[in-house]
Design a protein around this ligand. Sequence first.
Ligand code: ZN
Length: 522
Amino acid sequence: MAATRAKRTPKKRTPAKRKTKRKTRRSAAKKRPAKKKRPAKKKRTAQGSSRRSAGAGTRRPRAGGGPVTTNPPGNNPAPGDGSLGPSGIRVRMYRVGFGDFFLLSLRTAAGPKHVLIDCGVHACDIKTIHEAVTHMAAETGNNLALVIMTHRHADHISGFAKCKDIFAQFNVEQVWMSWFEDPKDQDAAKFQNSLAMVAQQLKMALAARSGPEDDELHFMAENVTGEALPLGAAAAGDGGSNGVALKVLHGGFKNQVPVAYYKAGDVPTLPKDLVDAGLKAQILGPPHDLNLVKQMSGKNEEYLAAYDPDVAAPVQPFDPSLQVKGENYPPAAFQTYGRKVIEHSVADSQPDMLAAKARQADNTLNNQSLVVLFTFNGKNLLFAGDAQWGNWENFLYGGKIGTGQNNLTDASRKILSSLDFYKVGHHGSTNATPKDALEAMREGVVAMCSTQPGCYGSSKSGTEVPRIPLLEAIEKKSDNQLARSDQIEVKTEAGTVAPPSDDVGALGKPFSAGDGYIDYAL
Ligand SMILES: [Zn+2]
């Protein structure tokens, strides 16, 4: 991948839209003036609006040569530990579009050991994942101590399918997944199958419709099933499907790797070298309670969540004066199906019902995320996957809020108040970092968010991803130590350059940018 440019000079923007964000970012950028003036650029297309493939039509000259990174582009350091921080830790976030690809590297007596946490992209694929995986292979010498699949969404696992030939060269010591992936757990299998069926039905229903707003719902349904195939049943050779990715994770590495399945509270087994080096891990999610996993959001816990008409209520295409209830029709009208059946099928065919169901399926899968807290040399790092309300709720309050207690448990308060690093949940979406959680986090916690705007949600309904008020709150909590993956430019497979997103400002102090990735060494 190409030279990557971290520091950006704030520039004039087209008016309107994301005012609040710009305010914060601009003030942040002011405090950290760019090292070098960037020449005036062509105005980019509005990335926040209807972009489906970031980078298209937004070329700009690549940064020329200046030493802007601590990890020189194109120069994979030999697997030494020079780029690990004083505590022997480095978190690397690859920029792949809307998807997670994190590499945690730790100093051990046997040299640096690596933990891969997810590897995928789906909507807003900027076509960099192949090069990113190639880069990661060189960095790790094809050795991973641990691979964590947080959940089976395509934007977290598609890289294992797309790059299965590269992963086939990897020696991996352990794979961790959530209990929902345990083939011996019948509850899990039943739940996954029903979810896959809902997603398939959604895809079929959506195929009969067309409209730009439906793209997002398509992506959601696809993200669950992966490339239009039933879960786990993908034919070999299908490049990016979830089925192929799961096959790789269950037996596609060079060696035979044991897979462990965990739920909140389980005590996980770590690879020996990492244990010897002092690494500890706690599993904070997902809960075992299926009712919690189905919970999409806790509206009071979201950052300035606007009333979301898409989810809250069906669209009423006709004026109320024109609407008629079933009881107003003569009984003969319902001879074949009955009134209730017809009323239900009319309600179910409303476009917004499909939207609500797509979101529900998407959120349910997010809530299956394996949430892991690592502790190493006194530093605490929280990887939250895409955990949403139900998953967080269990961790924060020890169960469904209102049924036990309404306050944070001592354990969750203690964990959050001593966090050094937070992998922002679900690409910065509004229902994935509850207010209570962020408020309890340590001031100055460093955060990373892998995201790409314009793929999901809309700022009109307060559902845009990433959610700007949430990122602003994280910036404040972190003392401007939040990195977004889309803050760096990256060369795509097609040889074009995916520029940084609009208004993302300069990379914060603790981060350094490399060849398609951002590092935080601590
Ligand atoms: Zn995701």
